[in-house]
Design a binder for this molecule. Structure first.
Ligand SMILES: [Zn+2]
Ligand SMILES: [Zn+2]
Ligand SMILES: [Zn+2]
Length: 340
């Protein structure tokens, strides 16, 4: 490790322009917290009380079909609706509001209640990736949609109320905060360097220090600017702006790398690792050309030391900016060591 890396420093996230404080010397602190084992519940293939299992009834009396692979439907309790009625507000640029239309979908990965990405067959994962792509293309074709966010919340810690393997897909009328920042930063980088920010970054990460795992088409690394202890970014090795633009082989490899990295996550604290994950791709009416927008995925897991000890974003982090103790290099080494 380089000398500066062992002392307090800050690192820039070039995708957002935000800084994170890193305090590696604090990892020498004695730890007196307790380490708990999490009781794991017996998993059943079919749960009669699960609203996502095939054939079961959902809210409003709708019955799921006897689906056999993936299954997507409009969320019964959507955060957004397809029609927007209601006006906008601007009082002296201080009270500002505008209507927002959207579509919220839910997608089950499998009819099996007890499976998850780490335990699914690779062929079934390929089907999940294809279904993500189909959903994104179809939602983006709606005239008002500017951005489609695919995301998975895994585990009760991340607010996933149902263990049945599933994700959510939200299509929105305006480019959301995180995506908008990345959109502008990638556009600016391409202007200044005449290359793609994440193409350049992927080549740097290929040196290996922060790599967790990789295959022919994708590389998973703890990013240099990671905020969460075991945060991961999954980068396409060949430039493409959207999941839509990937080849069939790349989609197969995407399913494979998501499985490899989540198996490492599960092995780290011997627990089903909770996280929020999702893809970032070029929005409609992007500030950046397609050659500057690089398709990728983020994993944000909250665990810090064990199955029950999580990182909290409190104090300085809530009021000023994020901070971490374990360096991204140390986190990547630990994830490499546990194996898949
Ligand atoms: Zn279920
Ligand atoms: Zn690129
Ligand atoms: Zn991103």
């Amino acid at each position: 490790m380089l000398e500066w890396m062992e002392r307090p420093h800050r690192r820039l996230n070039p995708l957002t322009g935000e800084w994170v404080l890193v305090s590696p010397q604090r990892t020498q602190r004695p730890w007196q917290g307790k380490v708990d084992q999490v009781a794991t519940r017996a998993a059943v293939q079919y749960d009669p009380s699960c609203y996502l299992c095939p054939g079961n009834e959902r809210a409003g009396g709708i019955r799921n079909p006897q689906y056999t692979s993936t299954f997507a439907f409009d969320n019964d309790f959507p955060a957004l609706t397809r029609s927007s009625e209601g006006g906008s507000l601007n009082e002296k640029d201080l009270l500002v509001a505008a209507p927002e239309r959207g579509v919220c979908r839910v997608m089950c990965f499998s009819p099996r209640h007890d499976l998850s990405i780490p335990s699914m067959e690779l062929a079934a994962l390929k089907t999940v990736v294809e279904a993500w792509r189909t959903e994104a293309i179809s939602l983006r074709s709606l005239p008002f949609v500017k951005y489609v966010q695919i995301f998975e919340n895994r585990g009760e810690l991340m607010g996933a109320s149902n263990p049945h393997p599933h994700c959510q897909i939200w299509a929105v009328e305006n480019i959301p905060n995180e995506v908008s920042m990345e959109d502008h930063r990638q556009a600016e980088y391409a202007q200044a360097h005449s290359t793609c920010l994440l193409c350049d970054y992927t080549l740097m990460e290929a040196r290996g220090e922060r790599v967790v795992c990789e295959n022919e088409s994708f590389l998973a690394a703890v990013p240099f600017w990671a905020v969460w202890p075991f945060e991961i970014i999954v980068l396409a090795k060949r430039h493409c702006a959207r999941l839509e633009d990937t080849t069939e082989t790349e989609r197969e490899h995407l399913g494979q790398i998501l499985q490899h990295l989540t198996r490492r996550y599960d092995a780290l604290f011997e627990t089903p690792f909770p996280y929020t994950m999702g893809f970032h791709e070029q929005p409609q009416e992007s500030a950046a050309p397609a050659a500057a927008w690089h398709f990728h995925a983020h994993y944000y897991p909250p665990l810090l030391r064990s199955a029950t000890i999580r990182k909290f974003m409190v104090g300085f982090e809530l009021l000023a900016g994020p901070q971490r103790d374990i360096t991204p290099e140390m986190a990547a080494a630990r994830l490499r060591e546990v194996g898949a």
